[in-house]
Design a protein around this ligand. Structure first.
Ligand code: ME8
Length: 519
């Protein structure tokens, strides 16, 4: 284990009853950007994603597909791995809840709860929505107009009566409220934090944490007629992947508690209420942060299989390219808020932010170097105030601002900061007119092109977490060695070596010309 500071970031583990769509891709993409940023910034990162494979919902989906649940989950879980590879996600681990290591961790967590008198057995009757894998109170339900009842999420509920183990959640309200108070950044964004606090202030009821009417789950230790509630099973994945139950082990000591659980707003309650309560009750540390991002719609409509408007990330990447998709998803919508996917907005970002702003800056400067400087990194000769102003804008101050924003997961603003400097750089080139200097003052022209190139180097270095391939191609064109691409090089002035021959420039961000405007 190295002495670097550590950062453990997780995505939700996705249900395998569905094919992956842009919603799943979005959450994991945000974590990938955070993980890459931290690594480039000198941290030792553990980035976890995976699949949630137990529960009634998955068992039903397997039955509908006519195969046994294990075969079914093997097949569908692979889709999520393929998504990760296609998107170039840099996860360090991919956990499946059907793995042996996870069953061991769940049994051990259960045991810790039993030992601390946090679990009791009772007969339970309640309204259960399989789609949400959650119980609802009578008072929360609506009718569907045909004699059926619906959960607040719109999912149909059924009356379930069975013996069940309960977790003493009601005993934890006060402790949770004190915990939120003492850790104001535990739940972000703040608006979501307020929702969670009012929910807990409303009082918590004990939580049913085992089921007996189906068997696709992890057996309760000592009472195998019960399987564990799928959310207790699923949440435990974060512990499993940090080496639990070996709590004296090096891995657990290094990685737990997790620094960031990234989730969609739909599952915040499970992560910000139940999960810290389970952990405190088991005398384990709660995570440091839960961030709940917003919800994507597609051209104004809810994304759902039944509406037939699910967006396959693979189709997007084939049409627009990986880096453009990664950029768009994180730039278009203020991170934390809901957002709408539209092809028009995507094309606007590609042709505006990428081709016109960043792409054009690099293309223009590199082609002038090709034509006016014999294709070699220009040789600067003393900086003016304007030169220094641009170099300062792309300096450690920018990196510090990006760090601060990233550490609060304000991902769109991280990009906005970079694009402000891209605009500065474009203005600088326009004002300095290196094409005119070429005829009047070639020494000054070399300095101007050097300053612009050094700025591009820094911007490409800092943007790598969002667009790893495009930035790598830019840094290749500047002949930046592979081991000089970390954020520490932002402060270095010896990465670009004047006089070094550069490869012939090629465009990194092509304009998108719509072949089929109806699509
Ligand atoms: O809830 N917009 O899994 P899940 C934004 N297995 N994000 C979206 C989205 C959309 N339209 N649709 C899905 C589960 N997501 C549990 C989690 S964790 C211990 C167990 C993303 O497959 C978002 O992150 O239903 C949401 O929280 C998650 O997918 C739900 O994935």
């Amino acid at each position: 284990m190295t002495g670097l500071p550590r950062f453990y970031v997780t995505t939700p583990i996705y249900y395998v009853n569905d094919v992956p769509h842009i919603g799943h891709m979005y959450t994991t993409l945000a974590c990938d950007v955070i993980a890459r940023f931290k690594r480039l910034d000198g941290w030792n990162v553990h980035f976890l994603t995976g699949t949630d494979e137990h529960g009634q919902k998955v068992q039903k989906a397997a039955a509908a597909a006519g195969i046994d649940p294990q075969q079914f989950t093997d097949r569908v879980s692979a889709n999520f791995r393929e998504l990760a590879a296609m998107m170039k996600f840099s996860n360090d681990d991919f956990i499946r809840t059907t793995e042996e290591r996870h069953k061991r961790a769940c049994a051990a967590l259960w045991q810790r709860l039993v030992e601390r008198d946090q679990i009791y057995l009772e007969t339970y009757g309640g309204w259960y929505a399989v789609r949400d894998e959650a119980f609802y109170a009578e008072s929360e339900l609506a009718t569907d107009g045909q004699g059926g009842r619906l959960a607040p999420t719109g999912a149909p509920v059924e009356w379930v009566e069975e013996p069940s183990y309960f977790f003493r959640l009601s005993a934890w309200s006060e402790r949770l409220l004190r915990f939120y108070e003492a850790n104001p950044d535990f739940i972000l964004p703040t608006s979501r934090r307020n929702e969670v606090i009012s929910f807990v202030e409303g009082g918590l009821q004990d939580l049913s944490i085992s089921r007996t009417t189906f068997d696709w789950g992890i057996p309760v230790p000592g009472d195998p007629a019960h399987v564990m509630y799928v959310w207790l099973d699923a949440l435990t994945n974060y512990l499993t992947a940090s080496g639990f139950p070996d709590i004296e082990g090096e891995d657990f000591r290094a990685w737990w508690p997790a620094d960031l659980h990234m989730v969609g707003k739909d599952i915040l309650r499970f992560h910000a209420v139940y999960w810290p309560a389970f952990l405190m009750a088991a005398e384990l540390m709660p995570p440091r942060r839960v961030f709940a991002h917003g919800w994507w719609t597609n051209e104004g409509q809810k994304i759902s299989k039944s509406l037939g408007n699910v967006i396959d990330p693979q189709d997007l990447v084939e049409r627009y390219g990986l880096d453009a998709v990664r950029y768009f998803m994180l730039r278009e919508v203020p991170f934390g808020q809901d957002g709408d996917f539209s092809h028009r907005a995507m094309v606007g970002r590609i042709n505006g932010d990428l081709a016109n702003d960043f792409g054009n800056l690099a293309q223009r400067v590199l082609s002038m170097i090709g034509r006016y400087c014999d294709g070699r990194i220009p040789v600067p000769a003393g900086f003016t105030e304007q030169d220094r102003a641009l170099l300062d804008a792309a300096s450690g101050v920018l990196l510090d601002r990006m760090r601060t924003l990233l550490d609060r997961q304000v991902l769109h603003s991280v990009l906005i900061e970079v694009w402000e400097v891209i605009a500065d750089a474009n203005r600088y080139v326009a004002r300095q007119e290196p094409w005119t200097l070429r005829k009047t003052d070639t020494e000054r022209m070399q300095t101007v092109l050097f300053v612009a190139t050094e700025t591009i180097r820094r911007l490409a270095t800092l943007t790598q977490p969002f667009m790893p391939d495009a930035c790598a191609r830019m840094l290749d064109q500047l002949s930046v060695p592979a081991d000089r691409r970390g954020f520490a090089t932002i402060l270095a002035d010896d990465v670009l070596v004047p006089g070094t021959p550069l490869p012939a420039p090629v465009g990194v961000f092509p304009r998108f010309v719509d072949q089929d405007p109806s699509a």
